[in-house]
Design a protein around this ligand. Structure first.
Ligand SMILES: [Zn+2]
Length: 335
């Protein structure tokens, strides 16, 4: 190799290293960040980089809540469209390029988890299921992990058009009702409590309250089939530390940032326990960068018979994911 090429490579590698690393943690945050970094390995780095970054400089209190105010014009399709993909025998990706929606097929109909925005649900979920060979009239339930518009915005269409029952926690039904965002809201329907079991035909999904990302975020345990193999997924219901923006929807005198970090960390710890008990070996997200759907979905169509499943990361992989979430939440108030 020519020296100039070598020098360029060294420079590129060094600069990539600089940009890939979050700022070093200080004070009490450091041990938790180190624990999170160790747990992240190579496969959970996107989660680590998002959650274990230092808090932004405090902003003056906002007057508009996230998702509030005037509805932004729907972005053009080429900016968000992603094709539907079969992932397991009973699980399909029907999401956008940056927002995931999942369809669980059962012996008695379909459950959609997180129906995207109001502007993309028809193209991704309704048309996606049709492309995959399913009848969208078979959508019986819509499980909403949390009431942010990118995940709940499409629920009203599925409720109205197909009579699908919409499932959400009490706290997030309230959160939706108080959202000033101007988009069609699903009518209040099924209120899921902690440990809620949603049984449809041969399949039972279990919903667990994991507050933090929103007051009533729910994470779901999903049984999966891959030929003769059986697997179990945890869908982590909400990822980002939203309160860091200073939004009044989170930060109030009795709910300061420490309250949200505490909730989030306890939720991650609880799901580690749930995942362990369920033997979960797959982790799913509602944003494709966190569960590596960005790369894994592309592998699915060409996966040969007998090849390992790209989404199966083992119990340890699932536990490491949730450990990153827990440790970064513990680090949060200590930066
Ligand atoms: Zn969200």
């Amino acid at each position: 190799m020519k020296p100039c090429v070598l020098a360029l490579l060294v420079l590129l590698t060094a600069s990539a290293g600089v940009f890939a690393q979050p700022a070093p943690a200080s004070g009490g945050a450091a041990p938790h960040v180190a624990a999170a970094k160790k747990a992240a390995g190579q496969d959970h780095l996107a989660l680590f980089n998002n959650l274990c970054s230092p808090p932004p400089t405090p902003q003056p209190p906002q007057t508009a809540a996230p998702g509030g105010g005037q509805p932004p014009a729907a972005p053009s399709r080429e900016r968000w469209y992603a094709p539907p993909v079969k992932v397991f025998d009973n699980l399909y990706y029907v999401g956008m390029s940056e927002y995931s929606a999942w369809a669980v097929t059962t012996s008695s109909g379909i459950v959609v988890i997180d129906p995207l925005y109001e502007y993309s649900v028809e193209e991704e979920v309704v048309n996606g299921l049709t492309t995959l060979g399913f009848d969208p009239k078979q959508i019986r339930y819509v499980v909403v992990s949390h009431a942010h518009r990118d995940h709940v915005g499409g629920a009203a269409l599925l409720q109205e058009r197909f009579g699908a029952r919409v499932v959400m926690s009490a706290a997030d039904w309230d959160y939706l009702a108080s959202d000033p965002g101007r988009y069609p809201k699903a009518k209040k329907d099924i209120v899921a409590t902690d440990g809620y079991r949603l049984t449809i035909g041969d399949t039972t999904l279990t919903l667990h309250l994991t507050p933090g990302h929103t007051p009533g975020t729910m994470s779901t345990v999903i049984p999966l089939r891959d030929g003769a193999s059986r697997h179990t997924a945890i869908l982590w219901g909400g990822t980002g530390f939203n309160w860091r923006s200073g939004s009044p929807r989170y930060i109030q005198p009795n709910t300061p940032a420490a309250y949200w970090y505490d909730n989030y960390g306890k939720s991650a710890q609880k799901m580690r326990r749930v995942a362990g008990q369920a033997g979960a070996d797959v982790v799913l997200s509602n944003h494709p960068q966190y569960d590596n759907s960005t790369t894994r979905l592309a592998l699915m169509p060409t996966r040969g018979a007998g090849q390992p499943h790209p989404y199966v990361i083992g119990r340890d992989g699932v536990d490491r994911f949730l450990t990153v979430a827990e440790e970064c939440a513990l680090a949060g108030p200590l930066w």
